[in-house]
Design a binder for this molecule. Structure first.
Ligand code: MIG
Length: 819
């Protein structure tokens, strides 16, 4: 076996991409298996087509003799009931049809064409190349029609549009990367093609080093391929990009709802290296009244960088420290790298050895390389027993009170190895079918967070853990949030954080953020303040800094900037009910909270390239300032009516506007009819229950009904999986005479503590003639009563807002205001 692997690896190392590609030849045998799959032989190659669902076809093409099991690290669900597949064979072609797509397999030679139900070509193989092999390399060439654009591809910097560019997927540790650097830390070999507002998707599920050439080499075709394995992809016919993303994430898995505290502000640095410094930082937030939920400990908390140990001179009593921080409202996350120091006096190394938990060299011994602790062995996370062993190692940290687990260096990054990672021929156990590192490199990081998440979840007795990773693969969101690695304190890096996060969201990972302020370098106060504003509307809001740099906590840039930063973090906390709802939606549907404009508005070609504004949820447009010195922002507004969130000013969409954006302001816009739930400022998420729950209702266009979701649960347990949540639809409608906000009936069994609802009807030009709640007249008061059980309304002339307060209830209830 080892021998066989070695020869594959050396062959692939020798072959590179020299392109003596052999195209698929003529089909010489067709077997239709049951009503969902067909197998076609073309010489020594085999094509398998499987209908996973009416809107997903699985294409596998590889050497007939390879006998490769159909194994995926990403796909957790590959078949849906109620498929309607029909197979029709003729001498010239095989047609595989569902109500959503028809695949025509041309037989002479073997070429694929995907048609929509009306018979139009969605996508097709390039007629001269199609699917090819060159030794162990595989590649698929597809026609690239004019005007087709490509998006997704996971973590990629630079232009959000990928037509005319070439990319590689190979998880790599590249500190201070730039807009042109490729590959980066994470590999999600999934993309959308969009043409005239219609999309299709391809997920190339191959964890070897893969490449994508989206028309860099040719004007008429694009291609993707790998240095090993098979052509193995899933085709999603669309045409709705949102539906594709929903189905793709149903296949590879979605994010569990994050603990609410992980959506607060997070403070990190390399490193808060002693107990006293950590206490000082925690106290610094509370004394300055700057909200914060999480503090991270970077590598210096450990004893000589030995994973799962503490440096007892710097952290003499971690449990007490974490307990004290917990009492102040902070949750602690610690970094956990994969490298295990090969030190026989170190219990974790000894127990790993005893269980054969480590990656082996091709010769059979341990594969070792140097990272922070010195010479290390690397857990073979592709093996179930290793993941179980790994997961159990967290018992001590969990007992100490750690609730956040930050998996870094898991590309994996190795300082002294050729290629800066595990040797390509090193051997992973693969649960009985050994695999060379080259075959699993891109899933190493994901399998690490799988081991971490699956290990800590049962240890936490029903509490949600938080896991953060640098490296991952398609489906990694099942276990972990992700951040965009070692960026730089520069305006360029602030700008590229947006397309990077949007690309991740388009590829199934919604829980994403960049190091606020920039990891490497020295941000100005202006840069930090702007980055924090963006961070308030990225799902992960974490500031971080490299070792040896200036302090970059939000109060380190002078009093004026400190005050602005406090307000920005306050804004994040105000928006938490909205953010939480959007994250729950991402968890349930795969649609990311932070959304590329093109995903929300596929029919508007102006957004094909937009990456300096984005949607957060479907109600809020976020337009951060990302240029030094700018105090105004040009914003492209989607069609329809929009409202400036701050002033309530109505803006006609469809064009562009320029708004004032002084340093303390991030431009935010609500869509007409949208309802945005917000709450009071708290210093940390668990400080107090939401009260009041403010629902800011922006005017509906006359005669149109709008719905906005609202979701809440206990924020910390998995009880939501058993229906313990509080969910309702907020529906707005209106005509010239009235505006109605209908709070739908609550579904789910969660009971928040009693609280006031504060409905704010924005942009209402004059005091209403009357307000009713559930059909009963509401009394007007000059100022709203303090009693949370009171029912009353008042009007604020300056902001043109009608404010109606009443106790929250599970029952459906309508609030109506009359002109
Ligand atoms: O070799 O743990 O990206 O966030 O602070 C550097 C130290 C290792 C890289 C991570 C960074 C972290 C740093 N790590």
């Amino acid at each position: 076996m080892r021998h066989f692997l070695l020869s594959i690896v050396s062959a692939l190392l020798a072959s590179s991409c020299s392109a003596a590609w052999h195209s698929a030849g003529n089909v010489d045998a067709v077997t239709i298996a049951g009503d969902t799959a067909a197998t076609l032989r073309a010489g020594d190659q085999t094509l398998t087509v499987t209908v996973c669902a009416d809107d997903v076809l699985h294409i596998r093409f590889g050497r007939s003799d390879a006998g490769t099991p159909d194994r995926s690290w990403a796909v957790v669900r590959g078949a849906w009931p109620g498929r309607h597949a029909r197979f029709a064979e003729s001498p010239a072609e095989l047609r595989v049809s569902t109500p959503r797509v028809t695949l025509v397999v041309g037989m002479k030679p073997l070429r694929l064409t995907f048609l929509d139900p009306a018979g139009n070509v969605i996508a097709r193989d390039d007629s001269s190349l199609g699917m090819c092999r060159d030794g162990n390399d595989v590649g698929a060439w597809m026609a690239m029609p004019e005007g087709e654009q490509y998006y997704g591809f996971g973590e990629k910097a630079g232009d959000i549009r990928k037509r005319n560019s070439a990319m590689t997927m190979w998880n790599s540790d590249i500190p201070a990367y730039g807009a042109d650097t490729d590959p980066l830390y994470q590999s999600i070999p999934f993309f959308f093609a969009v043409r005239s507002g219609k999309a299709y998707g391809i997920f190339f599920d191959n964890p070897w080093r893969t490449w994508f050439d989206m028309g860099k080499e040719s004007r008429s075709r694009y291609a993707f391929g790998a240095e090993g394995g098979e052509i193995n992809y899933y085709f999603f016919p669309g045409p709705s990009a949102k539906e594709i993303l929903s189905r793709f994430t149903a296949m590879v898995g979605r994010m569990p709802i994050p603990p609410r505290w992980s959506l607060g502000y997070q403070q990190c640095r390399w490193s808060y290296a002693s107990e006293s410094r950590v206490r000082e930082i925690a106290g610094g937030f509370r004394s300055r009244r700057i909200p914060c939920d999480m503090i991270y400990l970077d590598i210096d908390y450990m004893d000589g960088y030995r994973i799962f140990t503490w440096n007892r001179s710097a952290f003499p009593d971690p449990k007490r420290l974490i307990g004290d921080l917990g009492a102040m409202g902070f949750t602690v996350a610690v970094i956990v790298d994969p490298g295990i120091k090969t030190d026989t006096s170190y219990a974790v190394f000894r127990s790993g050895l005893a269980r054969d938990a480590f990656v082996r060299a091709s010769g059979g011994g341990l594969w070792t390389g140097s990272v922070w602790p010195g010479t290390c062995a690397f857990p073979d996370f592709t093996s179930t027993t290793t993941r179980e062993w790994w997961g159990s190692q967290f018992a001590g940290l969990v007992a100490d009170g750690v609730r956040g687990f930050w998996n870094d260096m898991n590309e994996p990054s190795v300082f002294d190895a050729p290629g800066k990672t595990i040797g390509l021929d090193a051997v992973h156990g693969g649960d009985g079918s050994p695999l060379p590192h080259a075959a699993v490199h891109n899933v190493y990081g994901m399998e690490m967070v799988r081991g971490t998440y699956d290990g800590v979840r049962p240890l936490m007795h029903g509490q949600r853990p938080f896991v953060l990773t640098r490296a991952s693969y398609a489906g990694g969101e099942r276990y972990s949030a992700a951040w965009t690695g070692d960026n730089v304190s520069s305006w360029e890096h602030l700008a590229i954080a947006i397309p990077m996060c949007l690309g991740m969201g388009l590829s199934g990972q919604p829980f994403i953020g960049s190091d606020i302020g920039g990891f490497i370098g020295h941000p100005s106060g202006e840069l930090f303040a702007r980055w924090l504003e963006l961070g308030a509307f990225t799902p992960l809001m974490r500031a971080h800094s490299v070792t040896g740099e200036i302090n970059k906590e939000p109060w380190e840039f002078g009093d004026t900037i400190t005050a602005m930063n406090r307000e920005t973090i306050n804004l994040r906390y105000r928006f938490l009910p909205y953010i939480y709802t959007a994250m729950q939606e991402a968890s349930a549907s795969g649609l990311p909270a932070m959304r590329a404009m093109l995903l929300e508005f596929p029919d508007d070609p102006r957004f094909a390239e937009t990456a300096d504004e984005f949607m957060f949820g479907s109600e809020l447009l976020v337009a951060p300032v990302i240029v030094q010195g700018d105090v105004r922002k040009r914003v492209l507004l989607p069609r329809g009516a929009w409202y400036d969130f701050l002033s309530g000013e109505r803006l006609e969409g469809g064009g562009s506007i320029t708004v004032d954006a002084p340093l303390e302001r991030i431009p935010l816009f609500a869509r007409a009819g949208g309802v945005i739930p917000t709450q009071q400022v708290v210093q940390y998420t668990g400080e107090a229950p939401i009260s009041p729950l403010t629902l800011t209702a922006f005017p509906p266009e006359p005669g149109t009904e709008y719905t906005s979701p609202y979701y809440e649960d206990d924020g910390t347990t998995f009880d939501y999986e058993r229906g313990v949540y509080w969910r309702r639809t907020l529906r707005q409608s209106g005509d010239g005479e009235t505006r109605t906000l209908a709070l739908g009936p609550v579904s789910g069994t969660y009971e928040p503590p009693p609280r006031r609802v504060d409905v704010r009807f924005a942009a209402f030009g004059a005091p209403p003639h009357g307000v009713t709640l559930g059909g009963k007249d509401v009394p007007r008061t000059a100022s709203l009563p303090a009693d949370p059980a009171a029912v009353a309304w008042s009007y604020d002339t300056a902001s043109r807002t009608v404010e109606v307060v009443f106790p929250d209830t599970r029952q459906a209830i309508d609030v109506v205001i009359r002109r």
